[in-house]
Design a protein. Structure first.
Ligand code: PEP
Ligand code: MG
Length: 586
């Protein structure tokens, strides 16, 4: 793509806004080794990376060897002995270390140089055994380099020039740790609306278009692009006319945003007087300023696992307590709902916690399942939350509850954590409300039983939809099947809301559905008491709530329950939304 014609690519707009700038392309081509200089003070770190890379490679070879031995036989598995010899070859390792110190270059480069020279020398010798050894070295070299690159600090996270970041994929930890001031916009091959990278981009207010399939293969660093995160366009070499049109769109959006700002101090009451609690979701403690600034009534979901990403050690009880306390103080007397640790799925901790590779991470060792097996980590967090309850209106919420047994097990750990504090005479609030996230279909179907044992429900529609419809929430290839208005979802939401009210507890929605103004009428009609969305979306949701009446929303639900397709239901929702606040939809 070298000429200057304008080209448009359509993806999934996941974080609204417009950004224009030069591309920085992150290539996934991890076998391409680049050389960079290191300072003498970095040599120890590079040696550490080298050692870790060799250990990791050794473990991988041993694992492969065992798998082959079990499935084919020990004789075939013996070929890996030669591979093991390479990672244990002292002469080779010492030479890499020497090169690292004398050339002051990164370890991937040093290793590749030395290993390639070894392999070349062996391959030239006229001896079949030694030629085989050369192949072994090449094979193992690739593996070591891949492991080293997996551990290398990602250079794009600290770029100092403003840029539009284009990458194959961004993990939630990449998004949380990049230099936000310089990232004007984001575009990626993979991902969708409810992937955690998208959720974070929204919270950080960075326009983003994901799910562009193979955009990284088509782009080059330095190109001019426009990211339209509202409508999902990546426009390469935008013409002056396109830029002008976007300027006008921006100014219209700015006008709507200014009107929405006026709503900050108003309450979210429907036209017929029903108060719907409007809260914000946060991932990072520094987002707390945006909560009140956008007129939210507290925090409906604090995704605490982001405390654990990007670090090598777990935060101590004290550190967590300090963080939760500060957030609670900032939002009091409004509630702060702290969700316990939801690692797993697309949120993998860097070094602090090892979930391991799983074939189906979203169905795997995630959230409460992980915590119940790691009670030290769980109790440390629960004690920190309980201690923070003395300074604010703190509630605790368990993620990924699949049924009553699991909920009860979590309650037992909570009770034990309280006991530990009591016996150490450490203060906590008299009563700390406990909620369950309803985000697994089994929990929705058995909601009545759960409702009798908690103080509130918060429906995690991001996961509820992915599990009910069997649609991986981060897979852009099947994003078209991810339909919040699917008749099955409507029924599940109704079951949960009805079960909550029959048992006199409140129910909210904290998935991305709560921030979609087209769907707010449906959620109000279903009886939701609270909606919690990214802080920047709260003013829009408030306008929607203030424009609607509960009877018209109930009527909408009655009608849509008779419809059998997601598109028909969506169309009916859009009709009502368009009648009441059409300017927010465009
Ligand atoms: C959800 O699943 O809807 C939710 C709010 O939690 P998360 O997006 O962190 O999985
Ligand atoms: Mg979830």
């Amino acid at each position: 793509m070298s000429d200057n014609a304008e080209i448009r690519f359509e993806g999934i707009g996941v974080s609204p806004g417009i950004a224009f700038g030069r591309v920085h392309l992150v290539r996934e081509d991890i076998d391409e080794v680049v050389r960079y200089q290191i300072a003498p003070s970095q040599v120890t770190d590079e040696i550490g990376r080298f050692e870790a890379g060799l250990i990791q490679t050794r473990m991988q070879i041993l694992e492969m060897q065992q798998r082959i031995a079990e499935s084919i036989g020990a004789k075939d598995a013996a070929i890996f002995d030669a591979h093991l010899l390479v990672v244990e070859d002292r002469t080779l390792i010492d030479e890499v270390l020497r090169k690292l110190k004398t050339d002051l270059c990164n370890v991937e480069w040093a290793f590749q140089e030395v290993a390639t020279r070894y392999a070349e020398t062996l391959s030239k010798i006229d001896d079949p055994y030694l030629r085989e050894r050369a192949l072994d070295i090449q094979d193992v070299t690739k593996r070591v380099i891949r492991n080293l690159q997996g551990k290398a600090p990602k250079a794009f996270l600290s770029l100092s020039q403003p840029h539009i970041l284009i990458a194959h994929n961004l993990t939630p930890s990449d998004t949380a740790s990049m230099n936000r001031d310089n990232v004007l916009g984001i575009a990626t091959d993979l991902g969708s609306r409810t992937s955690h990278a998208a959720i974070l981009a929204r919270s950080l207010n960075i326009p983003a278009v994901l799910g562009l399939h193979d955009i990284t293969a088509k782009m080059e660093t330095g190109q001019h692009v426009l990211v339209d995160g509202s409508d999902g366009w990546l426009i390469v070499n935008p013409t002056p006319e396109t830029l002008e049109r976007y300027k006008q769109i921006e100014s219209r959006r700015a006008k709507v945003a200014a009107q929405l700002k006026q709503l900050r101090e108003t309450t979210s009451i429907t036209r017929d007087g029903r108060h719907i609690v409007l809260s914000a979701n946060i991932e990072l403690p520094e987002e707390v300023d945006a909560v009140a600034a956008n007129g939210a009534e507290g925090i409906g979901l604090y995704r605490t696992e982001f405390l654990y990403l990007n670090r090598e050690t777990l935060p101590s009880e004290e550190e967590q307590y300090e963080t939760y306390r500060k957030v609670a103080e900032r939002v009091r007397p409004n509630p702060l709902i702290i969700r316990t640790f939801d690692l797993g799925g697309d949120k993998l901790a860097a070094g602090a916690v090892d979930i391991g590779d799983e074939l189906n991470p979203f169905l795997g060792w995630r959230a409460i399942r992980f915590c119940l097996e790691n009670q030290d980590i769980f109790q440390t967090q629960l004690r920190a939350i309980l201690r923070a309850s003395t300074v604010g209106n703190v509630k605790v919420m368990f993620p990924m509850i699949s049924g009553l047994d699991e909920l009860r097990r979590a309650m037992v750990v909570l009770e034990e954590s309280k006991q530990q504090l009591r016996s150490s005479k450490i203060e906590m609030a008299e009563k700390v409300e406990v909620g369950a996230m309803v985000e697994i279909p089994s929990a929705a179907i058995c909601a009545s039983a759960l409702a009798r044992e908690v103080d509130f429900f918060s429906i995690g529609t991001n996961d509820l939809i992915q599990y009910a419809l069997a649609v991986d929430r981060v897979n852009e290839k099947i994003a078209y099947l991810y339909e919040p208005t699917h008749p099955a979802i409507l029924r599940l939401l109704k079951m949960v809301a009805d079960a909550a009210h029959a048992n006199h507890i409140w129910v909210g929605v904290c998935g991305e559905m709560a921030g979609d103004v087209a769907l707010v009428p449906l959620l109000l009609g279903l009886g939701m008491d609270e909606l919690s969305a990214a802080a920047t979306l709260v003013p829009r949701v408030k306008r929607a709530v203030q424009s609607l009446t509960i009877p018209e929303c109930r009527e909408l639900v009655g009608e849509t329950l008779k419809l059998n397709t997601a598109s028909e239901i969506l169309e009916r929702c859009l009709q009502l939304a368009d009648n009441r606040y059409g300017d927010l939809l465009g």
